[in-house]
Design a protein around this ligand. Structure first.
Ligand SMILES: NC(=O)c1ccc[n+]([C@@H]2O[C@H](COP(=O)([O-])OP(=O)(O)OC[C@H]3O[C@@H](n4cnc5c(N)ncnc54)[C@H](O)[C@@H]3O)[C@@H](O)[C@H]2O)c1
Length: 380
């Protein structure tokens, strides 16, 4: 059934000078299913008002606090995007869920596994939709990779190798005027360092494509840059129930890397490789046949995957379109909830993925503090 109107979107965070809020706003407009109508864009009212004015919003709907916005917009917005530093995700989400408003929240879910379980209970009580923007899982060729693993084309999965490497924190940027770095360097605001910031993306992508969560893990968290309060490099070894082994390496001090998120999965019959910085290609390497590269427009992709694109094949799509896809599918999911219709088959990351991600961080910390001791993740 065609929705009768655009979804009314509110935003918390994403004020002037912020990074990801603007990406969410572009993503929401990409398929014309949302209209931004309200915001608490910043902890500074002046910044919030300037941001709202630049976005042509009614000044009366630019709020001094998210609490005020949640109270006043219960009938004014359908969904809120949460794009604040991590420590605010849980309290902001709770305020809006309790007002009956659907939530699209950026990652990592919150500060720790205990807070994640509490938030999960609020989501379940609210009966609202909760979408977590692990955006890389909405790239067309990642969906294709997942289908190929699930169809058994790779055979029995033996190795899962994932890495997310950056170098922008190679110096003590949190002590400069870099807005994005400042809260990321504060334990009370970030909750975790590299493991939360990019490690959770790598974790979610590997789990999404392989269809498996590990049974146990051994980890080493490191702080490479002197004076930093949180980890900036993490290495994790994983063991899966079927005997497969895995490795996850996330780093924000890996010189020469910008957003090098790379996933390789090896089965008994073939392997696959995806690199986020080249997201219109997916390599498949069968054991007894030549390797081949699938492209976003390839005629052999399923209709479901091929129709995800917004511009003809050969025109690169990537980060923004991945976010746009999350927003497109979230709109379908939220409209079904508003109309009281059943909705099945969602591939969007939700509260359960967020809880698993926070348990992963806790397990990594636990193992690292015990000098890499194997931690039973299935019991986490
Ligand atoms: N999915 C991705 O690819 C991706 C990429 C970057 C960041 N993120 C996540 O997005 C979130 C924001 O990251 P960022 O890099 O955009 O940070 P940022 O510092 O650029 O932006 C944070 C915004 O939140 C606002 N804010 C702070 N306190 C507030 C309050 N009390 N009320 C309202 N607004 C408040 C700030 O003023 C700022 O506008 C983080 O959770 C981060 O992990 C996700």
């Amino acid at each position: 059934m065609k929705p009768q109107r655009r979804l009314r979107l509110g935003m918390v965070g994403g004020g002037e000078g912020a990074f990801i809020g603007a990406v969410h706003r572009l993503a929401a407009r990409m398929d014309d299913r949302y209209e931004l109508v309200a915001g608490a864009f910043s902890s500074s009212l002046e910044n919030c008002q300037r941001t709202g004015a630049a976005l042509w919003l009614d000044p009366a709907r630019c709020y001094a606090s998210y609490q005020k916005m949640a109270a006043q917009e219960a009938d004014g917005i359908d969904v809120v995007a949460i794009v604040t530093p991590n420590f605010l995700h849980a309290p902001v989400a709770t305020a809006f869920l309790q007002a009956g408003i659907h939530v699209i929240c950026d990652k990592p879910l919150c500060l720790n596994a205990q807070q994640a379980s509490q938030l999960a209970a609020v989501v379940k009580q609210s009966q609202c939709q909760f979408i977590l923007t692990h955006n890389y899982s909405a790239y067309p060729l990642i969906r294709e990779a997942r289908q190929r693993v699930l169809s058994g084309e790779l055979g029995e999965i033996r190795f899962v190798e994932v890495e997310y490497l950056q170098d922008w924190m190679s110096e003590l940027v949190e002590q400069t005027d870099n807005k994005q770095a400042s809260w990321r360097g504060e334990p009370a605001k970030a909750g975790a360092g590299c493991i939360g910031d990019v490690g959770t993306h790598a974790w979610q992508l590997a789990s999404f494509v392989s269809g498996m969560l590990p049974q146990s893990l051994s980890a080493e968290l490191a702080t490479v840059v002197a004076g930093r309060a949180l980890d900036d490099d993490v290495r994790v070894t994983l063991r899966y129930a079927n005997g497969a082994r895995g490795r996850l390496w996330a780093s924000q001090v890996a010189s020469g890397h910008e957003n090098s998120l790379r996933l390789r999965i090896y089965g008994s019959e073939a392997s696959l490789e995806f690199q986020q910085e080249n997201p219109n290609q997916l390599w498949i390497r069968p054991r007894n046949a030549p390797a081949y590269c699938l492209t976003r427009g390839s005629g052999v992709l399923s209709d479901e995957v091929r129709t995800m694109g917004r511009v003809p094949a050969g025109h690169p799509e990537g980060y923004l379109e991945g976010f746009g896809q999350i927003y497109r599918e979230a709109a379908d999911q939220i409209w079904a909830a508003i109309d009281g219709q059943p909705f099945s088959g969602s591939l969007l990351p939700g509260i359960d993925d967020g809880v698993a991600g926070m348990k992963f961080i806790d397990a990594v910390r636990h193992s690292s503090m015990a000098d890499g001791k194997w931690v039973d993740f299935s019991a986490a």
